[in-house]
Design a protein around this ligand. Structure first.
Ligand SMILES: CC(C)(COP(=O)(O)OP(=O)(O)OC[C@H]1O[C@@H](n2cnc3c(N)ncnc32)[C@H](O)[C@@H]1OP(=O)(O)O)[C@@H](O)C(=O)NCCC(=O)NCCS
Length: 170
């Protein structure tokens, strides 16, 4: 089943739904460290405020919605110095909505937006090597697997490989 989501800018009213979805170890285990757990509505408000206040030429952060309800988050973050025309993408979908094609729909829409509206020429993502669902999303969205970054992270006490995927503006 391939469902389509919508992406839009964050609104402060999204905090309860964002907190509900991110207060989940199955999601946080696949993201970078630094998120509070439990993840509360106040944490969600802090995040939304940070996204709204951020430099709009460097931070492209979107709520993922289905029937106008927030079901996830996706962001593209510009790098600096010689990498200023590259950007890293991160995303998650709330667990009850996994496996419906929504993550793929969000990634495709955001990449289209970035290449249309900014001068970024390379979008990359680095899922943990075991994160098959995320790797699959990237492949389905046209990203190319560039290689495995061996022992590239320490997450929950485990040393993990990561996979580098990128999409280049054609
Ligand atoms: C990764 C994540 C975004 C996937 O979202 P989703 O909406 O379920 O993804 P989609 O439905 O678009 O696509 C998932 C694909 O992975 C496949 N997949 C899922 N779990 C799998 C597994 N264990 N083994 C093999 N394939 C798997 C699905 O079958 C699907 O591929 P298909 O369309 O070819 O069948 C979601 O699980 C999530 O938020 N996880 C936690 C956070 C995270 O990992 N973020 C990414 C960090 S890089």
């Amino acid at each position: 089943m391939n469902m389509e989501c919508k992406i839009r800018h964050w609104e402060m009213e999204d905090a309860p739904k964002l907190a509900e979805s991110l207060n989940n170890r199955n999601i946080q285990n696949n993201l970078r460290d630094g998120l509070p757990y439990p993840y509360r509505e106040s944490d969600a408000r802090d995040f939304i405020k940070a996204m709204l206040d951020a430099d709009q030429n460097k931070t492209f952060a979107f709520a993922i919605t289905l029937d106008a309800i927030v079901i996830g988050s996706i962001g593209v973050f510009r790098k600096d110095n010689i990498h200023f025309r590259t950007a890293e993408m991160g995303y998650f979908i709330a667990e009850p909505f996994w496996g419906k094609g929504l993550g793929t729909s969000a990634v495709k829409q955001v990449c289209h937006y970035i290449f249309e509206r900014t001068d970024i020429i390379r979008i990359f993502a680095e899922p943990f090597a075991y994160n098959t669902a995320s790797c699959r999303i990237l492949e389905k969205s046209g990203f190319k697997y560039e290689g495995t970054l061996r022992s590239n992270a320490l997450k929950s006490g485990n040393i993990l490989d990561m996979k580098m995927y990128s999409l280049i503006k054609e």
